[in-house]
Design a protein around this ligand. Structure first.
Ligand code: 5GP
Ligand code: MN
Length: 348
């Protein structure tokens, strides 16, 4: 990207922050913050962090998650507060919350289908003002405000920038949640989108009371034994393609049952494939049921798994981290991957 285009993008970025803040200040409104299906640390952190901030500024705020996050994320500060609702658990109440709101934020997702079938119609038909804050490619441009930047490490980084420009106070709960999102989406500050700015923001969040080792312990060192055994099974299934460029890791439904799988247990397994020397693309394949197979992709450098996942697996995400799904058996999914992944290597 040329320096001029970069500058232009950055002007637009800060202009959008001003527009959103001006809009929010105009009149007090009921705000609902939503995030994607199977909310991860960035989705939870951005929603709860922003909710704590907006609440402190005197707004009426609710958070609606489509379904329950994994157990370590339920330990996020403020997760069990009475302003947090889970659509799959209290559907009627969550729908009433969304329908009576004036402003709806879509945090950490780009299109309504990412909240799952049951909640997506509510998002599509929402009659108030809609705002996207997100870092995935291909945002829904029909929203009233599209605050989207794919070069950002995390949605939490973008929420921080909104809050900083607003000039308000970041309390401990807000800092803890935003730092949780930064840590998860940057793989503990090691993924390529970790920038100078990401680290500055992490520093500010630590100053405001976020404690990295406590967050790290909550996210990564609070595993039940069964989860490590499940990882062991997945890693013992590791296969490297003949050319050495692709890693394939899979778990069958029977493996999930054997180790009492709960949502979130397989988070991060896909990254292990990239740890093999020479591997540029890694896939993790999880059989959730017959013909219900979830795929996660990770890649290095110019290997674009967002494009690949969109064209072959009805998915999407980012250039180096994406996901999709398959209605084939595990074997057929693996074979299809083996016969198609080469196209991602063209620019590698
Ligand atoms: P994960 O592999 O951790 O589930 O997802 C990696 C990234 O890809 C996340 O940013 C997530 O939002 C995105 N992603 C995962 N699955 C899908 C999918 O089925 N469709 C789309 N559009 N994005 C996905
Ligand atoms: Mn994110």
């Amino acid at each position: 990207m040329s320096a001029n285009l970069r500058n232009l993008r950055s002007v637009e970025y800060y202009r959008m922050i001003d527009k959103i803040l001006r809009f929010l200040r105009e009149t007090p409104r009921r705000i609902v913050l939503t995030s994607h299906w199977n909310p991860d640390g960035d989705a939870i952190g951005s929603a709860l962090g922003f909710a704590h901030y907006l609440h402190g500024q005197g707004y009426h705020v609710d958070v609606v998650f489509p379904n329950l996050p994994s157990i370590p994320l339920q330990a996020c500060l403020g997760y069990s507060s009475d302003f947090v609702h889970v659509h799959s658990l209290s559907t009627e109440h969550s729908e009433a919350v969304i329908e009576t709101a004036d402003v709806l934020f879509s945090l950490d997702y780009n299109v309504s289908s990412r909240v799952g079938e049951k909640m997506s119609l509510l998002i599509e038909n929402f009659s108030g003002h809609k705002i996207i804050v997100d870092h995935h490619e291909g945002p829904d441009l029909t929203y009233d405000f599209v605050f989207s930047m794919t070069s950002k490490s995390s949605t939490c980084e973008m929420v921080y920038e909104l809050i900083e420009k607003d000039g308000g106070n970041i309390d401990h709960a807000c800092a803890d949640n935003l730092l949780t999102g930064l840590i998860t989406d940057t793989g503990s500050f090691r993924f390529p989108k970790t920038s100078n700015r990401t680290m500055q923001i992490a520093g500010k969040l630590i100053e405001a009371g976020g404690v990295p080792h406590v967050i790290h312990d909550r996210l990564f060192d609070s595993n039940p034994k069964s989860r490590l055994l499940l990882w062991g099974r997945a890693l013992s299934n590791l296969e490297i393609s003949k050319d050495g460029f692709a890693a394939i890791i899979f778990l069958r439904k029977a493996d999930l049952n054997e180790f009492n799988y709960v949502s979130g247990d397989t988070e991060g397994i896909v990254n292990q494939g990239l740890g093999v020397v020479g591997v540029l693309i890694s896939v993790f394949i999880r059989e959730d049921g017959p013909g219900k197979v979830k795929l996660s992709f990770r890649s290095k450098g110019n290997v674009d798994v967002n494009k690949y996942s969109r064209s072959h697996w009805s998915g999407g995400g980012h250039k180096n981290a994406s996901g999709g799904s398959s209605d084939l058996s595990v074997e057929d999914t693996i074979n299809r991957f083996k016969s198609t992944f080469n196209e991602t290597l063209i620019n590698a």
